[in-house]
Unconditional design. Structure first.
Length: 413
């Protein structure tokens, strides 16, 4: 289903969501559905679409309820699965979901009542490869027992998260938390999805999964009145992937890094020989005290263009609001057509620059070309005097200086 098709198909649900009424008609034990599912899936099973408006109902036992999928579960196009309150569908070891709908016959997982977080959602844990295509997940995303585990309409339990989970051409709507929480999930292809009407973020993603994000609506803008509570993609964590090349794409929403949620950490760390390339036009919004660190042979290729620069900016236009970009023993890196704004950290920070380069142990050359550093609380770029790593400046402009420190600090001629 196209994104526009998803929107048209949901116009009726918009009115229902405001009233908090049942997602569709019915009553009794099956709330209008053909069958009730209460047993865990322990052998291969196929859910089929019938003539009824709802095919299957998963009831609650009155408290937190989990339906385990520990075998291959296949769902036919057009199948509607209605879910009771506080129900979690957990896809565990030896379990997988293959839910391949179509543009005209999407597969639907819907809360029995159309209210944010009515049920928990799909939670993956050491699963086999799974694929959701043309699927609607509605009114899930309750917070599982107050924990960050299974915290999202699609989420996971723990790293590495099993085999890949692919989600394409789908709608994720109405979470009390976030639509996608890709911490503890091995995220495969994730593209052309609409994530809307979530109380927090459309998506929360670890650095190891950020490479999987493709185009889509992460802000909820394609459904009138269904914008997400926080207009960002939340990203944090350590990318430790020796020799791997990751691309962080411009997907139409800024990435947000914050220390407010201790469950997921609060910085971006690229280490262990990984290479990250950032596409032109990408924006990172950095909350107080956060940083981007490139360490231990890792490389950062942040190459924007004049028309589409890359931006790292503070969440507040206050000098030193965030700590800055740190290179410590990194490989050669390129920063081009990039703006770094409101960094530098607090007074007395030993890493005294919006960009800080610790050269010992580093290799290659870190090159800066057409870089603007705005509102720094310290030096624009600080480079240690010791170490063999090269630093090449081909155009750095420091604007609105705050501290009175030199634009460039270190062994510059």
């Amino acid at each position: 289903m196209t994104r526009n098709g998803l929107v048209i198909g949901l116009l009726a649900l918009v009115l229902v969501a405001c009233s908090g009424q049942p997602a569709s008609g019915g009553g009794g034990d099956t709330v209008g559905c053909r069958e009730t599912l209460v047993a865990d899936v322990t052998t291969s099973q196929t859910l089929t679409n019938g003539p009824e408006s709802c095919d299957y109902y998963i009831p609650s036992d009155g408290s937190d309820t989990t339906l385990e999928v520990r075998a291959d579960l296949t769902i036919q196009p057009g199948t509607v699965i209605r879910v009771g309150s506080n129900v979690r569908i957990r896809i565990g070891a030896s379990g997988s979901i293959t839910a391949l709908g179509s543009d005209s016959a999407p597969i639907v997982f819907e809360g029995e009542v159309a209210e944010q977080g009515y049920w928990y959602g799909l939670c993956f844990h050491d699963n086999l490869e799974s694929r959701l295509d043309h699927v609607e997940i509605l009114w899930a995303g309750n917070l599982w027992t107050g924990s960050h585990v299974c915290n999202g309409a699609i989420s996971g339990v723990s790293a590495p998260g099993g085999e890949p989970v692919h989600v394409t051409n789908s709608l994720i709507r109405g979470s009390r938390t976030s639509g996608l929480s890709a911490f503890g999930v091995n995220l495969g292809e994730f593209s052309n999805n609409v994530l809307a009407d979530h109380r927090l973020y459309g998506a929360r993603v670890s650095t190891s999964n950020l490479n999987a994000l493709g185009s889509g609506d992460y802000l909820g803008n394609t459904i009138a009145g269904a914008e997400n509570g926080r207009p960002y993609i939340h990203v944090s964590g350590t990318l430790s992937a020796s020799g791997a090349d990751h691309t962080w794409r411009d997907v139409g929403a800024p990435y947000f890094v914050t220390t407010d949620d201790a469950s997921y950490g609060g910085n971006i760390i690229i280490t262990d020989g990984a290479t990250v390339s950032i596409e032109p036009g990408v924006t990172f919004v950095m909350d107080a005290r956060t940083s981007v660190s490139v360490e231990q042979g890792a490389s950062l290729q942040a190459v924007g263009t004049e028309a589409a620069p890359i931006t790292f900016r503070g969440a507040s236009n206050t000098p030193g609001h965030w700590n800055g970009i740190r290179f410590r023993g990194s490989a050669g890196s390129t920063i081009e057509h990039t703006e770094i704004a409101w960094a530098g950290g607090s007074a007395g920070d030993p890493d005294t620059g919006s960009v800080y380069i610790y050269r010992p142990g580093g290799t290659g050359v870190i090159t800066f070309t057409f870089v603007v550093i705005r509102g720094t609380s310290a030096c624009g770029i600080f480079v240690t005097s010791s170490g063999e790593q090269g630093v090449e400046i081909n155009g750095v402009r420091v604007e609105e200086p705050y501290s009175g420190r030199p634009d460039l600090c270190g062994p510059f001629e």
